[in-house]
Design a protein around this ligand. Structure first.
Ligand code: PLP
Length: 354
């Protein structure tokens, strides 16, 4: 028997979340973001759950090639564009849309020998200072690209640093709107902007974390009302049960000491599976239909939970570390991170079931 841990991916939840997004964005089209192996969910299977999307956005060429080889004929966007000139041959061969954020990429496109002209997303740095052209140079970059024989059409692309905050997009949006007069197709909204800033939807949105049913702000309570569903359940089982007395300690570093007799259970899931080692005692865990608490330090392969109030829990009882009963955001918040990181960090040793 293999270790009982597994990540169960619910394709219907992905489909459902996509339709929730669609209801929120009017006539805009959706890039479904599949980078980081579909946020840890497994791009290979997940993309089929999202077939009703308008396009897929990825980071690496190999992700784009995988989608084409598996039969996706619609648009594919490379979110960070290409990393070297030779990549343009692959972009041409597989008919990918590329973003462009640096001057060397203009020269590379101009000099490339292509079978057909490209669709490009020209990245505007609207204040995040990570990628993109400045507002001062933007118009000249756009007209340079528009004049190239190797370019078919251009779209304005930008990215928000604070779309999870009510006033978080005001300044960047002002910078972006300076270019409304160019009448370019526009794509600026990430998940936070999809949910909370209708004035950012324009022609295309880029939806990542909301597809997977977690919160762009890191707080589950912020998305609870949208009826999104967790696409991943990380599940394991109880592999040992102990009754311990008051004054005993649990796990490495003896980080938790009982003040009363307790029923505790050992679960086959640890930080080598992607569960956060920093999760403190009290982090919620679902066991046998009840919310229980993590106790003591998370080990590499195991963790311990309090089943004192869960009398039916027994060897082999199902435990959900996160999923439809315990939002990944709640676990992440307890551990001082965000759901994005936990989903993406699911370890390769965890089998994925559909
Ligand atoms: C990852 C990414 C997104 C999706 O972000 P979410 O917050 O997950 O919706 C959108 N745009 C770009 C450029 C990205 O890199």
């Amino acid at each position: 028997m293999p270790r009982p841990i597994r990540a169960v991916i619910h394709l219907q939840s992905l489909e459902h979340n996509l339709s929730v997004i669609r209801q929120n964005i009017g006539a805009a089209k959706i890039w479904s973001v599949l980078k980081a192996d579909a946020y840890g969910h497994g791009i290979h299977r997940v993309w089929r759950g999202l077939k009703n999307t308008d396009g897929f956005a990825v980071l690496d060429l190999h992700e784009a090639i995988l989608l084409r080889e598996e039969g996706w004929e619609g648009p594919i966007l490379l979110l960070e564009g290409f990393f070297q000139q030779e990549d343009l041959q692959v972009i041409d061969q597989y008919q990918l849309t590329t973003s462009v954020h640096s001057h060397w990429q203009l020269t590379a496109i101009e000099q490339a020998t292509l079978h057909q002209p490209l669709s490009v997303y020209i990245k505007l740095n609207s204040g995040m200072n990570r990628l993109g052209f400045t507002t001062e140079e933007y118009v000249s970059v756009v007209s340079k690209l528009q004049s190239m024989a190797n370019v078919k059409n251009v779209t304005l692309m930008s990215h928000f640093a604070n779309s999870d905050i009510p006033s978080g997009i005001d300044q960047p949006l002002q910078k972006i709107m300076q270019f409304d007069g160019l009448h370019l197709n526009t794509c600026i909204a990430n998940s936070g902007a999809v949910l909370w800033h209708k004035n950012t939807h324009y022609d295309w949105v880029r939806a990542g974390i909301v597809l997977y049913g977690a919160s762009p702000s890191g707080k589950w309570s912020d998305i609870e009302k949208y009826n999104l569903q967790a696409a991943m359940s990380l599940q394991s089982e109880i592999i040992a049960i102990h009754e311990i007395q008051a004054g005993e300690s649990i796990g490495y570093g003896s980080k938790f000491t009982t003040t009363k007799p307790m029923h505790i259970a050992t679960v086959a899931c640890g930080y080598a599976d992607g569960y956060p080692r920093h999760a403190p005692s009290g982090t919620p865990v679902w066991c046998n239909g009840m919310r229980c608490s993590l106790l003591g330090a998370v080990s590499m392969d195991m963790l311990t939970i309090d089943i004192s109030d869960c009398p039916d829990a027994k060897l082999g009882s199902l435990v959900e570390l996160w999923g439809q009963n315990i939002p990944v955001d709640d676990v992440a918040e307890a551990a001082g991170t965000i759901g994005y990181e936990l989903l993406c960090a699911l370890a390769r040793r965890v089998p994925i079931d559909f």
